[in-house]
Design a protein around this ligand. Structure first.
Ligand code: ZN
Length: 416
């Protein structure tokens, strides 16, 4: 716990009075009354504090830890001598004496540093209170920061085993990891972890790892350095050197490549590319539309880049939209990270009948998936659903539940 200095207090409360005890103050002290009473008596007798303030002094006197310790030492000797007490009984008596008339020795739960006596005027009580709250909060923040900095060094494994009591699949993975002696415990390298796990655990356990890893890097993004692996030669790339590339002619696929491998590709299949760092979910979507990736391919690519910490593991919120085909009346529940208008335009291009937007609501891909599960009974194909009453009324109530939703009245949207 950091100490509060007299200077800090004086700076905050200008009316505070600073008093120092003469060197020989304890020498001729009476043992008829508590050392604290002697202190206040001396303060008024010597004219340092007006005598009419004597009774309130013990509430307004603050002492540095050195002074406090001298006072307690004297009080302990005095009580031992006058009351003939020892050990626990003596300590109890000292504590009582201090509680009844002792000065305060802390501000904002921090000890006051040094050999100093401060008298706070009645009028500064609020200022003192404000200061101690602020001082305490600052200490909290400093303590939290320290813990966070320390924890920031923790590896995925350390995080994972701390989740061992969770009743879900992450908890199960944690239990397995906790008893796995060969787990790469010191590693925070995705490539190293996935290589180890691929060779040692089931496919299902590997999927659990991915979920855990995403949760971990979402919680502590500062612990993970983005990384990338070349799709061609497999080597780990310096993220600055990684490219996302696609063929100019034969499309439907994108690759993560280093410059050398891109050049090799270029020889037989001219490529286009852009640097991987700084790419966003919206960029990916635009690229996917251009290259003609399927929804599944986009998802896979997005997941991979999240696992590599190239794009944020979450908080990458976009829009969940509901659109309707005017010819078939079928409803598509989709997600887009980018501007919704762009998405609709690109969908319209690929679709022969007219599309109408029924509603858009801020959301994530996870929310989109949740809705797909919710309406699974009415699913026709891919992301298209039958215009069942459940779905139509769900869309209609969206607006009531989420003021951010933009709703187009579906009853006005019937096909013609
Ligand atoms: Zn390569």
């Amino acid at each position: 716990m950091p100490k509060c200095t007299a200077q800090e207090i004086i700076k905050e409360i200008s009316e505070v009075q600073s008093i120092s005890l003469p060197n020989d103050w304890f020498d001729n002290l009476s043992d008829k009354q508590s050392v604290f009473s002697s202190l206040y008596q001396w303060m008024t007798d010597s004219g340092r504090v007006p005598s009419d303030q004597l009774t309130t002094l013990h509430n307004r006197t603050y002492v540095g830890e050195k002074t406090y310790s001298k006072l307690l030492t004297f009080e302990r000797k005095r009580l031992a001598k006058t009351l003939k007490l020892r050990g626990e009984k003596l300590e109890e008596a000292v504590a009582w004496s201090d509680m009844n008339s002792g000065p305060k020795s802390e501000i904002g739960q921090s000890p006051i540093a040094g050999d100093v006596i401060l008298v706070i005027p009645e009028s500064s009580r609020k200022a003192l209170n404000d200061f101690s709250i602020r001082f305490r909060n600052e200490n909290w923040l400093a303590a939290v920061k320290k813990v966070k900095n320390h924890a920031a060094g923790a590896t995925y494994y350390q995080w994972l085993v701390s989740q061992v009591e969770r009743p879900d699949h992450i908890g199960d993975t944690a239990k397995d990891a906790a008893i796995d002696d060969t787990y790469p415990r010191e590693s925070n390298d995705y490539g190293e972890l996935i290589t180890y796990l691929t060779a040692n655990v089931s496919h299902a356990a590997l999927e659990c790892f991915k979920d855990g890893w995403l949760e971990y890097i979402q919680q502590y993004p500062e612990r993970i350095k983005p990384a990338a692996w070349c799709d061609e030669c497999g080597q780990k790339l310096n993220i600055e050197d990684a490219l996302i590339a696609w063929s100019k002619e034969d499309q439907n696929e994108v690759f993560i490549l280093d410059a050398d491998c891109r050049a090799k590709f270029d020889e037989f299949d001219p490529m286009e590319s852009r640097p991987l760092p700084g790419i966003t979910g919206a960029d990916l979507e635009e690229l996917a539309t251009k290259v003609g990736l399927s929804e599944l391919d986009i998802e896979k690519l997005e997941e991979k880049l999240k696992l590599w910490a190239v794009i944020p593991a979450s908080g990458n919120s976009g829009w969940v939209y509901f659109i309707k085909s005017e010819s078939s009346h079928e409803i598509k529940i989709g997600y887009t990270a980018g501007p919704i208008e762009k998405r609709i335009t690109s969908l319209q291009t690929a679709h022969s009948s007219n599309l109408r937007v029924l509603a858009t609501v801020p959301g994530t891909r996870e929310y989109e998936k949740e809705l797909h599960r919710k309406f699974a009974d009415h699913r026709l194909k891919g992301e298209w659903f039958a215009p069942h009453h459940d779905l139509v009324s769900f869309i209609a109530v969206l607006k009531d539940n989420d003021s951010r939703a933009t709703l187009v009245d579906p009853t006005n949207q019937t096909g013609h």
